[in-house]
Unconditional design. Structure first.
Length: 183
């Protein structure tokens, strides 16, 4: 009879171990899925804000001011420096940085001109939970042809695009661009 008790105890321990292992795998999968969705949402939100308000500025023939504040994790659009037209919240767990004027910044202010152009030109990096850049969104304003161009790059495999060294990485963009895919 004591042999059967040990056998039942072993069955219970194996069963509990399998359930815990399955829960761990499920949790890791869920975390990765949520992270992926937040990254895609941040990319889409940023693109949509600029595309929408570029068209709005062009149609209304008004200059719009834009503020990217990564400390608050939001984007604000102003008709002038006082009136907020829109406020878009970015996913809180991700990190972002704007590279402008040869340096990174947590708060960036730019302008969408009355012809839909952006001034000044700059790039935004979106980082995952591990602080590896997953997207680079570059905004270019062209004064001669008066339109804004948005390039979106997705990191395919480069683990060296880290938050703490992004300025160095950005300055060497031509050497590392092959690891990124244009969307």
């Amino acid at each position: 009879m004591s042999k059967n008790r040990g056998f039942y105890l072993l069955n219970i321990l194996v069963g509990i171990s399998l359930v815990l292992f399955s829960l761990t795998l499920g949790f890791v999968w869920l975390r990765n899925y949520v992270e992926s969705q937040e990254i895609k949402r941040a990319k889409t939100e940023i693109y949509e804000v600029f595309a929408t308000y570029s068209a709005e500025a062009f149609n209304s023939k008004k200059n719009l001011n834009i503020e990217l504040n990564y400390l608050r994790k939001d984007i604000r659009i102003y008709e002038n420096t006082m009136v907020i037209l829109d406020k878009v919240y970015l996913p809180k767990k991700l990190n972002y940085i704007t590279i402008y004027d040869k340096g990174p910044t947590q708060v960036f202010r730019g302008r969408i001109t009355n012809n839909g152009n952006i001034t000044p030109s700059f790039s935004i990096y979106i980082f995952d939970y591990s602080d590896i850049a997953r997207y680079r969104i570059s905004f270019y304003g062209f004064d001669i042809i008066k339109y804004m161009r948005i390039n979106i790059y997705r990191n395919r495999k480069d683990k060296s695009a880290r938050y703490d060294d992004i300025l160095n990485y950005h300055n060497n963009w031509e050497n590392v661009k092959s690891d990124w895919e244009v969307e």
